[in-house]
Design a binder for this molecule. Structure first.
Ligand SMILES: Nc1nc2c(ncn2[C@@H]2O[C@H](COP(=O)(O)OP(=O)(O)O)[C@@H](O)[C@H]2O)c(=O)[nH]1
Ligand SMILES: [Mg+2]
Ligand SMILES: [Zn+2]
Length: 305
């Protein structure tokens, strides 16, 4: 029952030394199942670990026992830390409009940290049943000016949710990120029905008894799209190098690119008016300035030269 081919797969789950590899989306593959794999012993990927989201080559494929070995892995596009997930294509920054109340400075930090991953970033606002339609529209307008088309959701109205689901199915690998209590788990359970019961199967397979601890896992949404479940992780925004900040604010980089704004100094941080041609009349400018000024003390050099 063993086949000798080398096949490319996607790591959808990792536990101890085991990896669950999904071959479903591979061209020419009639195999549509998950394989329980270990990394070939003789192989040491220069001490690099393999993560959920990595594309791996598997060999020694046993169709009956659904086992195989990982013999190499592809260069990854990006790697998110805490939780570790490779090759994310879309980050959905998720915040509730109430309970807990929207904290704009926190939304800003999450957006910036997501932008620093170099992926497509979207904003999801949950619990819109707790606010008026007027407030909802004004939030949409606000975030439009920040450069984001906010997706507004509530548990009662499913039309916006269905639009989001259609969108997610067109992306490669999405993740919801945001503080705790905003409704990420609730939303994920709507996106992946049956999510809560999905661990038992795998635990049985590796015969480690009743292991109900859930790890980071990719769930398929369509033939080519996945969403990451990050149970038990309360994600915090990452630290970002302030020199990259101008590239992480749509209000700034759109001016620099679309309008070809040029400042006198090449590495202008757009703090002073002298020699700076950036139009600073946008809402998040104060956040931008604060972020740079608060981290400037970490750098001894003058960053504006
Ligand atoms: N009113 C309202 N409550 C919601 C909505 N979505 C989630 N919640 C509640 O918010 C609380 C926190 O949700 P949870 O999914 O655990 O948030 P997480 O910490 O981000 O995973 C739960 O009590 C949910 O029932 C919503 O659209 N409207
Ligand atoms: Mg949760
Ligand atoms: Zn400038």
């Amino acid at each position: 029952m063993k086949i000798n081919n080398k096949l490319l797969g996607l790591v959808t789950k990792k536990f101890n030394d085991f990896f669950l590899v999904d071959l479903k989306n591979q061209e020419n593959s009639v195999i549509s199942e998950k394989f329980l794999c270990k990394v070939r012993k003789s192989i040491n990927f220069k001490n690099q670990l393999i993560y959920v989201g990595d594309q791996v080559v598997i060999e020694n494929i046993d169709l009956k026992s659904k086992r195989a070995v990982i013999t190499s892995f592809k260069k990854r596009k990006n790697l998110l830390v805490r939780p570790s997930v490779a090759n994310i294509s879309n980050i959905y920054i998720t915040f509730s409009v109430e309970e807990p109340a929207l904290n704009l400075s926190q939304v800003n930090r999450f957006l910036i940290s997501a932008e620093s991953m170099g992926v497509e970033v979207s904003l999801v606002l949950t619990k819109c049943d707790l606010i008026s339609d007027t407030r909802r529209s004004s939030l949409i307008d606000k975030f439009e000016k920040w450069g984001y088309q906010a997706i507004t959701l509530n548990l009662e109205k499913s039309d916006y949710f269905n639009n989001l689901l259609v969108e997610l199915k067109q992306k490669e690998c999405s993740i919801l990120m945001g503080p705790s209590g905003v409704g990420k788990t609730t939303l994920l359970n709507m996106i992946i029905p049956g999510l809560q019961n999905s661990t038992a199967q795998v635990s049985n397979k590796i015969k480690r008894g009743k292991n109900t601890t859930r790890n980071v896992e990719l769930f398929p949404l369509s033939n080519q799209s996945y969403i990451v479940d990050t149970p038990g992780f309360n994600m915090q925004p990452l630290e970002v190098d302030i020199r990259l900040l101008p590239n992480l604010y749509p209000e700034i980089y759109k001016q620099l690119i679309d309008e070809e704004i040029k400042c006198k100094f090449r590495n202008c941080l757009h703090l002073n008016d002298e020699g700076c041609n950036l139009n600073k009349s946008f809402e998040r400018y104060s956040f931008y300035k604060e972020m740079i000024e608060s981290s400037k003390s970490h750098y001894s050099q003058n960053l504006e030269d």
